[in-house]
Every structure is written in C-alpha cells, then in structure tokens.
Design a protein around this ligand. Structure first.
Ligand code: PLP
Length: 368
C-alpha cells in the first residue's frame, strides 16, 4: 500500500510509539494523585507541556491539552467570543470552525465571512474593512486542509489587534509542518491536533496567550489549571510532545524531501499531457498537492487509485461522505469542467521518491 493522505492523518512516529507503550503498560498513574506513581505521570505532563510550548514559541502555562483539533476549535470559538461583538472567519475554514460559528450564530452572535482569492488567500485589507470599530474574535486558519494555502497570519493578527480584537488560528494542518512562533506572529489562540503531525489520534492542544482570559470549555475537576477538566491522556500527550519535537527538529529536511516528491509527481503529470490545474498558493504546506482534472470525477479517481492500493483523497477527510464539490474548491472558483475532478495527494515524511513516481504513473493510467 502507498499512503499519500497525510493531511487526513499520519503514521505514528516510532519514538512516540515506544514512549506511549511504556506509559500504557508501566506508568499508567493518574497525574492528579499525590503518591509517587501519580506524580511520575504529572512530571511527564509538565515535561510534555514544556516541549510543546518550545516547539511553537509559547510559554508552558499557555498550552492546554484537548482531545483533538475539533475540540480546540470549538473551545476557541465558543468560549473565546463571550466578550466580543462579532466573529470574523474565512469561507474556507474547516467545518470544526464553520459549524462552531454556526452554533454561535444560533445564539445570536454576528458572524462575518472573509472571502479568498483563487489561490485560497485571505486579503488582510478585507479584514480591515470588515472589522471596523467592533471588537471581534478573528479566526483564520494557518493553512488550508484541502489546497494547503498558508495564510498571511502575522498581518491578519496585526490587523485584528488594532482595535483590541482577539486573533485565533486553526493551525491543525500547519503545526509540525511549517515553522511557527506564536509570540512572534502575534497569535492569541492556536488550535493543533496530534494525529496530523505523527502523534496518535484523540489528542490535541489549544494555545491561549496569557491575558486572553478564555473560559473553561469542560467543567469538572481542576485539570489544566481548572480550564479543561478530565483525567489527562498522559500516554498520548507525551507521544504528541515527542512527535512534535521530532518533526520540528527535522523540519528543514522534511520540507526539502516533500518538495522533491511534489516536483517528481507534478513533472510526470505535466509530461503525460493530462489536462489539469494545480490548486492553492505557492506558499503551501509541504507535500500538499491539490489537483483538478478536466472532465473527470474525483470519486472515481479515488476508488480506482484504491484498487491500485494507493490512498489519496478527494477533498478533506472529514468530507469523504459528501461527494459534492467542496466549499473550498467553490470558494477559489475552480472552473466547472475541472472542479468535479479534484483530488488531494498529501505526502508525509515517510513517503519515498519511488512512491511519488508510482502515484503519478497510477494517476496517468486511471485518467487516460
Ligand atoms: N482543522 C483542520 C484544518 C483540519 O484539517 C482538521 C482535520 O482534518 C480539523 C480541524 C479537525 O481535527 P481533528 O481531526 O483532530 O478533530
């Protein structure tokens, strides 16, 4: 099998797996218990929080562990907006943001949606016009999960701060894949999900800058400084810190490798004479290739590739049951003749050059 759907989820990092096994088998204490076995688990949590904070340029007290990216997004949107007049987000957000915003709309909150250009880029000028005098929660994704476009985060955060607004970013596709320093970029809140950067599924985190004053999402015990109740998933948290540390240490090397894989695949497709468009911006998540083929059907391509034991996607994983043209492909205005033939190949650090060649050959075979 060739796995090339790393934007949907990734293979667990080997070191992270070993750490997890040790905790699950031998160090399974509850981090809230005062005896040594519990305190050993607590020490591991402290260490993991420190490691994660270092990887994104935050302070350890600014990291809150959650169960996934969706939870982090919901927490930011539902609890970060209590004191603001409106929410501003973009039309190409993941449904974790869009549906959380819809839920807030149902409570009477005003939500505005920033448009994007044909590369999927938000224009900070649009934010200036939309925000006006109103103190807002601005939530724009770091990188899009379908077309991979990286947004002008620093500029957007700076614009939001001009009238005291809060800036959140869904960085689920970006953390562990591009350099991020939250303090330097001026980010107030950031969502991340472990399974997108070679950590296990079911673990994530929310960074909240000191002073932003978010309210707890889960009520219960005093875990996470009283802000996110629930016994900590120590094994997954430790594995997440390990995977992120490894990915960040290998960032330049991985990026170079992924760019090579992109080039191999695209050049082969170009030579084949197939009629296709590559979607997204030049500034994109390394390894993300979103293609729209003329007069083709993404679903058909996906299943034919599956028969060749190659895993790719038509759009975002969370939308695989919805076979309509995705909201992102619509928003960037892919012409009708191409839009239905959209697929996403997302390489990860474990893919090889020969796999990129094989995927290109398989696509040419299927499409011809
Ligand atoms: N945000 C983005 C941009 C994503 O790509 C995803 C998952 O695909 C999520 C949020 C949701 O993350 P999780 O699967 O951890 O809930």
């Amino acid at each position: 099998m060739i796995y090339a759907d790393n934007a949907a989820t990734t293979k667990l990092d080997d070191d992270a797996f070993e750490l997890m096994i040790d905790i699950l088998r031998n160090n399974y204490g509850n981090a809230s218990q005062p005896y040594e076995f519990g305190q050993r688990a607590k020490e591991k949590l402290i260490e993991a929080r420190k490691t994660i904070a270092e990887c994104i340029g935050a302070d350890p007290e600014e990291i809150y562990f959650t169960s996934c990216g969706t939870e982090s997004d919901n927490w930011a949107i539902k609890m970060g907006t209590l004191g603001v007049e409106q929410i501003i987000t973009s039309v190409i957000e993941h449904h974790a943001i869009l549906n959380a915003c819809k839920a807030m709309e149902a409570t009477g909150k005003n939500v505005k949606y920033l448009p994007v250009n044909n590369k999927g880029e938000v224009n900070p000028e649009d934010l200036i016009n939309m925000i006006g005098e109103k103190r807002s929660l601005v939530s724009v994704m770091f990188a899009n999960n379908e077309v991979g476009t990286v947004e002008p985060i620093e500029k957007l955060a700076e614009t939001a701060h001009k009238n005291g607004s809060i800036f959140h970013t869904d960085a689920v596709q970006a953390v562990g894949h591009v350099p991020i320093n939250v303090h330097e970029l001026g980010i107030d809140m950031l969502s991340a999900s472990g399974h997108k950067f070679n950590a296990p599924k079911g673990i994530g985190f929310l960074y909240v800058k000191k002073g932003v004053g978010i309210k707890p999402f889960f009520d219960g015990g005093s875990q996470e400084n009283g802000n996110r109740a629930g016994t900590e998933n120590v094994a997954s948290i430790v594995a997440m810190a390990c995977a992120l540390k490894n990915n960040c240490a290998e960032l330049a090397e991985n990026t170079g490798h992924l760019k090579t894989l992109e080039k191999i695949l695209i050049e082969k497709l170009k030579k084949s004479g197939l009629d296709f468009i590559r979607n997204g911006s030049d500034v994109h998540i390394p390894g993300n290739i979103n293609l729209s083929f003329a007069d083709a059907e993404g679903e058909m391509i996906l299943h034919r590739m599956d028969l060749k034991r190659i895993c790719i996607s038509t759009g975002s994983a969370c939308d695989s049951v919805n076979t309509q043209i995705s909201h992102v492909i619509k928003a960037i205005g892919v012409p009708n003749r191409y839009a239905e033939g959209t697929i996403r190949i997302s390489f990860g650090k474990y893919n090889s050059e020969s796999e990129a060649e094989e995927i290109a050959d398989a696509l040419i075979d299927v499409l011809k």
